[in-house]
Design a protein around this ligand. Sequence first.
Ligand code: ATP
Ligand code: MG
Length: 763
Amino acid sequence: MSARATPYLDDLNPAQREAVEAMDGPVLMLAGAGTGKTKALTARIVHLLNTGRARPNEILAVTFTNKAAKEMKNRVSRMLGAPVEGMPWLGTFHAICVKLLRRHAELVGLKSNFTILDTDDQIRLLKQVIAANDIDEKRWPARQLAGIIDHWKNRAWTPSNVPNAEASAFNNRGTELYDQYQRRLLELNATDFGDLLLHVVTIFQTHPDVLEQYQRWFRYILVDEYQDTNVAQYLWLRLLAGAHKNICCVGDDDQSIYGWRGAEVGNILRFEKDFPGAKVVRLEQNYRSTEHILAAAAGVIRGNEGRLGKELWTEAEGGEKVRLIGHWDGEEEARWIGEEIEATQKGTRGMAPKSLDSMAILVRASHQMRAFEDRFLTIGLPYRVIGGPRFYERLEIRDAMAYFRLVVSPSDDLAFERIVNTPKRGLGDKKQQDIQVIARRNGVPLIEGARILLAEGGITGKGAGELRALVDNLDRWSRMTGHADVSHIELAEMILDESGYTTMWQNDKTPEAPGRLENLKELVKALENFDNLQGFLEHVSLIMDNETDEAGAKVSIMTLHAAKGLEFPVVFLPGWEDGLFPSQRSMDESGLKGLEEERRLAYVGITRAEEVCTISFAGNRRVFGQWQSQLPSRFIDELPQEHVEVLTPPGLYGGGYGAAAPGFEGITSTIDQKVAQTNVYNSPGWQRMQARAGNRPVSQPRETRSQVIDLEAVSAYTVGDRVFHQKFGYGAVTGIEGDKLDIDFEKAGSKKVVAKFVMASND
Ligand code: ATP
Ligand code: MG
């Protein structure tokens, strides 16, 4: 094939060209964000095809997500000026390994039509294995074992080569159970996610002929986001590239953000050792972001030790500084960002109007999405959530909502089915079927069916006790709706606690569990904007109705992890508060490893922005109905001052909060706002920031009418204290009993209320 024209090379700078044109032998492109690594990698594929070095199906190209694979395929077609017919081996590690494993399944004892278990199936199977070994699953939960096995698979350890150092895992039984689990999988002709890679590595290691076949077939290997490969992936690559060594990896040590999932940034450093004579290309020009954005990102990442250290520059001088703004709480932050997006859409601060597609909100934790989704629904702003379900679609949220639905309408059978055995109540499929049959026969809802089953003695033992407790609880909770003494927020907390649902996740040792608990807290927080459960449920069904994925421009909401490799003209980075970002876990850890990974995440976030980057934090977040004051993230302190513009939050100098706080009315609203103001502007972080930015001193709110008593401070109440309750107004404490207070309210009379729902008052 004769070489065709190469317009795609003209778009590259000399260093990129070098990486593209050096077709044979190992190449490592190690460069910072936005320097055109992915672009060069794509051009390299085009060049290999164009010069006839390889046919489309002889190129193995690994991307981090399926979305990235699709984009790369499109880009190749565009650069080539013709659609590529099939690049079957362009995809994620997993997608590629599924294909390989289907071809050679029998070599590891599987059939080619093996099934891939999802997490739920995997857990179910592990439970069976644990039970078969007479181990108490309550003390040694299946999810914990799943985490351990996953960790081992990421390191390419089969049951027989888990190192001795790990022998104590899972009460000394880990390795043995891992072995049994693998056998069960084979019997079921199934694999879990981690197996896909592990089996293929095993096949390559034990069948040199098969390995050789692929070493010959994949003439060229390319890998994007190389810094996030784990040991198993690394081994797999090294085996495949071992003969011809035509491997090109691109990555950025500063963007390694999957250490918690077993990725090893050390793989980058080992590359030159494993592939001696590798051509190492460094790229330093950033084509994505303006000067200030780049400098701000550089300022933050400089705080990490042991970096390879790369300096970036851009021709895009000037532009806007990174904008920094503090809000009094998370709802206000969401409201403000919504307004900014609408303004940007129309054109603001001298900028041309921008499409919603060019804007993104990148959050640290998925529970942060809820405030934005609610707000955008209210103002009718189209959005999409990338890389995960929307907030109200999450498993734990759907479960919790099913409980709420049942309490509001006991005949909601779908909700009943969903939660009758979640958490586990010893009700197997058979018993659940019995309930269905009885309900159908009598023409009554499932909950009634359950009652009949109990009355008829059709169920005995542990299951009977738990089912009765559930049915009775549901009744009791239903009676409490609309009860003046119990707010719907208290009721929701009660339901989640008493049903055992919260406990289920507290006992769960998987990495996702803390996030799910956060989401549940966030769900309760969302209730504060509504008068009762019913209103809330209606709101959510409205959101779900809005699901239809109609075309048209939309703002993107996603986690920082999901934003890797992407770019947007306008980026919002909310929630920069210690404990949220960096995460509490990383701050509690001894050593700097976790914190440094968070800092890389901050670097990834800022470097997604092309023109406008806005960082924000809230001075207060409400957790379970109480204010928690937040400190601005330590990463904010690390932003170089000369590249940052501190914005004045609305309402600070007498500006109105107006409709800032939906759901708060009258006096409550005033007090809450003042509380918030007090906390935000008294916080040391805020004062520090203002001082640095050279702003005039912040005046205190005119008067502080109340202070917030948090849970720990409950004992601070004494008989005779004057307090304020959102619903019942002012009153005096007449008695104290644990976390409950007897209060004589001026208008509402004597009541017992949970202490955390009142505020001390000086009025
Ligand atoms: P990340 O580390 O975030 O994945 P990256 O190094 O992969 O970034 P790319 O996404 O390839 O960077 O490129 C960033 C932007 O710069 C893209 O919009 C790309 O089109 C543009 N770009 C890359 N190289 C050049 C170049 N030589 N000339 C002009 N634009 C370029
Ligand atoms: Mg990239």
